[in-house]
Write a protein that binds this ligand. Structure first.
Ligand code: ADP
Length: 359
């Protein structure tokens, strides 16, 4: 049964460690190398992730509202109301979800909507939930309908209805749960049913970070990774990180490796530029996949309008990857627009592709 262990608020690294357990299927000759590289990345991810709310940078409006509810819940000694975070990947949904129980000094558990296929998958999480603890459900939009309906009374009245036996002998058992908090995260708020959405007292949308906010995150994380860097370089990496802390951390790690290998371990503007160019990251922060998406719409579909499925098939990637990971930043940067007839490239995108191809 897909169930994560209860994590006590003091076990800071437990969540990130779980990412490093997903590597058992590496069987080729390089498996050991890849495994240790993945483990190193997972460990670094854990080291870079803020552990307390005060370490979080950006998202000030959301941050202030969460601080107030956490403070009020602590003062009233009550569980926090259920909270839903939505927004593109890598913007801090999980980080918020982990910092909140740390702030409150309560236990938390982590589940993934994709692995909750039947109510029985959810039962252990609910029965294990301790007083005022947090149950974080990532990708909550992927939860099956039956699981969702099973969750309703748990969220509303801290109660579940278990059906025992079958047919005429079936009886329903009411089970009382400890008062607890569900924190849901989704990249697709639109896919959530209205009854589920309405059961969250707070719904918070996370938006892209400013370059200055990302530069602060990068500067702080360079210190954590023990690499020297100047402010210009931090801002340049920030500009090329698509407004997303996870991407900023990945870019920083690559630039750090490049600096160690080619530049005596110090990151200045020139080193940052060279490292990012080598990775195919352009001045807008777009990587080869982003440009391939724009280029496909331009070349194959004459600039659009075109449906996302058609673009995905031509690129040989899943439409979900495009919708979740590629399109949000391109939309926000006004490189594409979404119309009822499909995606259309903007003048700005055509100009950008021309400029890149001229190089
Ligand atoms: P999501 O759950 O939205 O996909 P995460 O919370 O896993 O994103 O964030 C990805 C990484 O970005 C984290 O490991 C953390 O290092 C960094 N990060 C996210 N939000 C912040 C923030 N507000 N301040 C500093 N770092 C952050």
């Amino acid at each position: 049964m897909p169930r994560e262990a209860i994590i006590h608020s003091s076990d800071d690294d437990s969540f990130d460690d779980r990412n490093s357990n997903n590597q058992d299927d590496l069987t080729n000759e390089n498996a050991t190398d890849s495994k240790s590289a993945l483990r190193r990345n997972a460990e670094e991810d854990s080291a870079l992730r803020p552990k307390r709310m005060d370490e979080m940078i950006g998202q000030r409006d959301v941050f202030e509202r969460i601080k107030i509810t956490v403070d009020a819940a602590l003062k009233r000694r009550e569980p926090l109301g259920h909270i839903l975070f939505d927004g593109p990947p890598g913007l801090g949904k999980t980080t918020f979800a982990m910092c909140i129980p740390a702030e409150m000094g309560v236990d938390f558990q982590i589940a993934s909507g994709a692995t909750l296929k039947a109510p029985k998958d959810l039962i252990p999480y609910l029965t294990n939930a301790t007083e005022r603890s947090v149950l974080f459900i990532d990708e909550i939009h992927r939860m099956q309908k039956a699981v969702e309906e099973f969750l309703y009374p748990a969220m509303e009245d801290f109660r579940i209805d278990l059906t025992l036996g079958e047919g005429v002998n079936a009886r329903t058992l009411n089970m009382q749960l400890k008062p607890f908090t569900v924190i849901g995260a989704t990249t697709r708020a639109g896919l959530l049913s209205a009854p589920l959405r309405d059961r969250f007292q707070m719904r918070e949308h996370l938006d892209f970070y400013t370059n200055e906010e990302l530069a602060s995150i990068i500067t702080r994380n360079a210190q954590k990774l023990s690499v020297g860097m100047d402010d210009e370089a931090a801002l340049e990496i920030a500009r090329r990180s698509r407004g997303t802390p996870r991407i900023a951390n990945n870019r920083l790690r690559w630039v750090r490796d490049y600096a160690v290998s080619r530049a005596h371990g110090f990151i200045n503007l020139e080193v940052a530029n060279k490292a990012l160019e080598m990775q195919g990251v352009d001045i807008l922060g777009l990587d080869p996949q982003d440009r391939k998406y724009l280029d496909t719409i331009q070349r194959v579909f004459a600039g659009g309008p075109v449906g996302v499925e058609a673009v995905a098939h031509t690129m040989n990637v899943s439409p979900d990857t495009l919708v979740d990971e590629v399109e949000p930043f391109l939309l926000r940067s006004e490189l594409i627009v979404r119309t009822r007839r499909g995606r259309i490239l903007t003048e700005q995108a055509i100009y950008h592709l021309k400029a890149i191809n001229r190089k």
